[in-house]
Design a protein around this ligand. Sequence first.
Ligand code: WT7
Length: 683
Amino acid sequence: MAEEKVLEELGTVESSEAAYAVHWKEEDYYHPSPEFIGQANMTDPGIFERFSLENFPDCFREYAELLDWDQYWHTTLDTSDAPCWKWFVGGRLNACYNCVDRHLARYKNKTAIHFVPEPEDEPIQHITYQELYRRVNEVAAVLRDFCGLKTGDRVTLYLPMTPELPITMLACARLGVIHSVVFAGFSGQACGDRIWDSESRVLITIDGYYRNGKLLDHKANADVAVETASNQNVNVEKVLVWKRYKDRYVSQAPMVEGRDYFMNDVLKNYARATVEPVSMPAEGILFLMYTSGSTGKPKGAQHSIGGYLSYVAAMSKYVQDIHPEDVYWCMADIGWITGHSFIVYGPLAVAASSVIYEGVPTYPDAGRLWRIAEELDVNIFHTAPTTIRMLRKAGPDEPLKYNYKFKHMTTVGEPIEPEVWKWYYHVVGKGKAVIVDTWWQTETGGFLCSTVPALKPMKPGSAGPGVPGIHPVIYDDEGNEIPPGAGKAGNICIRNPWPGLMQTIWKDRDRFVSTYFGKYNKDPNSKDWRDWPYMAGDAAVMAADGYVRILGRVDDVINVAGHRLGTKEIESAALTVEEIAEAAVIAAVDELRGRIPHLYVSLKPGYEPSKEIEDKVSNAVATILGKIARPGRVFIVPDMPKTRSGKIMRRILAAISNRGDVGDVTTLANPDVVEAIRTQVQG
Ligand code: WT7
C-alpha cells in the first residue's frame, strides 16, 4: 500500500508501532463447513440480540450460569466504585472446584492434561481429572499447612510449561490464595521485581526444564529473584522447588537451608490429603498477572474469581467451541494471560482435555507439532502468528505429511497477515478447520473481538466483530466516534464493562483509572457505566460490517513476537550501562517475529562507539528483563533527534529503521542528526 494511504488511514494516531503496522486490503469471507456448524456449541444467532446493550448487564448471567455457584449473586453489576466494576456481587464459588471437582462425577477417568515433554523419548503423561484432583489437593495441603498460606495471601509461581504449574495454580485457587505467575523466560531480576510488588512470602519454582534441546537451570534464576526482592525489603520465607525428574536434582544452585524445600519431598507428608475448596466471594481475587505499560514499572492486572471464570468459560465454550470430548491444544505459555485463560481456567472449566507442551515448536524439527497432534488426536489448535510464520518458514509442507484433523484453530497476540492466515487455513487446517482470530489483552481476561465460529464468517487479516456482550467503538482523539466503514483509524474502546475485565491494577487504582479510562471519561464522579468506555491502547479500523482490524499499540508498548514489552523497561535496562547517556527503543518490522526492538543509544562524553558497547547494552537488556527483550539491533548514534523541548522523537527513529518517511524534521532542535542516523542505519 502506498505511503499516503497508510497515513490517511491512521488519521490522528501517532505511534511507532501502529504507523508501521502491516497493511492489507479487505478480504473475502470464508465460511465454516456444515460439518463444523452441525457440532458447534453455539449456533443460535439470537445470542447477539440477547447480549445487546439493551439487555446489559443482565445478559452476563448466561455466562455465569456455566459455573457451579455455592451461592447465587444478588447484584449482577455494582457500579458504585466506578470504574472498578463489581460483578455477581453476593455470589460465592470456588474456581478450583469449578475446574476440577465438579467434573469428577462424569469425567474422572478422562484426561484433563496431556503433558508432552520436549525430549521425544520421554513418555507423554496423561493426567486424568481424578489424578488432577488428588495432586491439587495435596499441593493445597502443603500451601496451607506447611507454608501457612491463607485466603488473600500472594504467592509467586516461577514455573515453566510442566503440569506442576497448573496444579500449583489450582491449589492456590482452592485456598483463595492469589497466584502471580511469572513467565519462566523472564530473568530472575524481572521475577524479583514482581515478587516485591506483590509482596509474596512464598516462591514456587522448579530445578530445570527443557527448551530447544537444552536442560535450563531455573533454580539459579529463582535465587536471583529472591535476592532482588530482598534487596527491596521483601523477604521470601520459603522457596518450594519442584523437581523436573523425581529422582534427581538437575540444578547447580545450592538449596538454602531453612528456606528452600523440595516440593516432591514435602508432598510425601501430605499423601492423599484433601482440602475443602474455600467458598470465595465472586469479587475475590483469583490472580495477578504482570504486564508492561508506559512506565518502567510493570503493572499487576488483578483478576476476579467469579467474573473472570464466567467469562473465560464462555469464551472457551462458544468461541473456541471446546466440548469435553475434544483434545484441545493451546501453544501459548501459561506464564502469559493466554495460558491462564486458555490453557488452564477456560478449558478446564468446560472439562476439556488440554495439552501442555514443554518445548520449542520446531524442536527437533518442523514436524514435531504435527506428530504430537497426530498422536494425541488433537482437534482444536491455538497459537500466535509468530509461531505460524516460523512454522511456515521451517516446514511449509510439513503439516500435510501427518494424519491429524483439526476442526478449529485460534490465532492470538498480533495481527495476522492474510497471506499467513491462508497458509494456516489451507495447510495447517487442511482447508477444513474454522479459524478464529482473537483480539484481547492481559487486562481484559478473555476475548474482545473475534468471530463466533458457527455464526459469523471469517475474514483473513481482521480480528472480527465484538464477541457477544462486547460493544467496540473507534474514537478519534477528540472523542468523536469514527463510524464503521469510514476507513479511518482511531483508538479502539469498549463501550461497556464485562465480567472478564480486571478489577484494578494491584495497589494502584489511580493508574488503572487514568490508563484505561482517563482519555474518554467526561465525569470522574459518574457511576454510570456509559460514561466509562474502556480504552485498549490499540489503533484500529472498523469496516462497514463491524469487523475490526487491529493495527498495533498507540502507547509506549511494543509487541515482539506476541510478547508485550514496555519501551521504558528496555530503555531503563540500557541506561544501566555506564557508557550510555540516552536510549530510545522502537518497533521495527520483522518478517518472522512481526516486530523486533531496535535500540538507539547515545554515549556519555569521552566514550567512542564500539562493538563492545553494543554487546554490553544488548546483554544488559537480556539479563535485566529476559532474553525475549534482547534488541534485534543496537545503534550507537551521535545524538537523538529531539524536539526543542527535549523530547526524543521515537517516531523518526522508527521511520528510519523501517525505511519509511521521516516527515518534516525542520522543527527539531537538531534536524541534521536525522540524516546522519539515516545514513548510519540504512547505509
Ligand atoms: C496486545 C495485548 C491477550 C493475548 C496475548 C497478548 C495485541 C493481541 C491481537 C490480535 C492484533 C493483537 C494488541 C493488544 N494483540 N491479540 N488478535 N490481533 N493484535 O496479550 O500481552 O496483553 O498484549 O496484543 O496490541 O493490545 P498482551
